[in-house]
Design a protein around this ligand. Structure first.
Ligand SMILES: C[S@@+](CC[C@H](N)C(=O)[O-])C[C@H]1O[C@@H](n2cnc3c(N)ncnc32)[C@H](O)[C@@H]1O
Length: 204
């Protein structure tokens, strides 16, 4: 695929810098990363370039996304060929057995709710003891007034697909708990998005 033919998300281009700043703060210098729902591949390319000691495994449920991800990541020695990974699969055999982090941006509100539970369960199966599951996107947070733009986005998602829609953080945390994961940190980011960092329950 030529550089001009690569898929392009304006939002991914805008949000990559604030997300990367948080990843650089949160992640150790090296490790193995699974990116779930990599979409266009712009995040994979930007983050893997800035984290060269991380072994980056981009994936998406949609096989049609994989050539674009590969094209964005061309020339990056620390990025693996993209995997087709539907989080709903009962096992993720192509994914390394032990991951130091799982990153997933903008999937849980643009997929049916069971995908959130499956993401939690899959991450918990593969994460090392001190591993992190890092979600990015808009979320409904109890006690925090939802921005009008996010309410409109929620309505538009539900119109496109009644199974989609912004998720409530308390519901996401409940699913995390079923996978023995807990929310360790929440960071507000521009455009009414957030970063939600989960780790294993227990000390740490
Ligand atoms: C809005 S895009 C987000 C892409 C990218 N992460 C970003 O933030 O720009 C949502 C992505 O979720 C993927 N997706 C939806 N359901 C999925 C599933 N069950 N398993 C894995 N990926 C899924 C879609 O194929 C799509 O690439």
């Amino acid at each position: 695929m030529s550089p001009d033919a690569r898929p392009f998300s304006a939002a991914a281009e805008r949000n990559r810098a604030p997300i990367l700043a948080e990843l650089l703060r949160l992640l150790p210098p090296r490790g193995t990363m699974l990116e779930v729902a990599a979409g266009s591949g712009q995040h994979a390319a930007h983050f893997a370039a800035a984290l060269p000691a991380w072994d980056w495994w981009p994936s998406d449920g949609d096989a049609a996304s994989l050539p674009g991800i590969a094209a964005w990541c061309a020339g990056l020695a620390n990025v693996r060929p993209p995997l087709q990974l539907d989080v709903l699969a009962p096992a993720w055999p192509a994914v390394p057995a032990r991951l130091d982090a799982v990153y997933c941006a903008n999937m849980i509100h643009i997929s049916p709710w069971p995908c959130t539970a499956a993401l939690m369960q899959g991450a918990a199966r593969h994460l090392a003891n001190n591993g992190l599951l890092i979600l990015y996107g808009p979320m409904l947070i109890d006690g925090v007034i939802t921005a009008p733009g996010n309410l409109a986005f929620d309505a538009s998602l539900r119109e496109r697909n009644p199974a989609w829609g912004l998720r409530r953080l308390v519901d996401v945390e409940r699913e995390a708990g079923r996978a023995s994961l807990v929310l360790r940190e929440r960071v507000a980011l521009p455009a009414n998005n957030g970063l939600f960092v989960f780790g294993r329950a227990g000390p740490g």
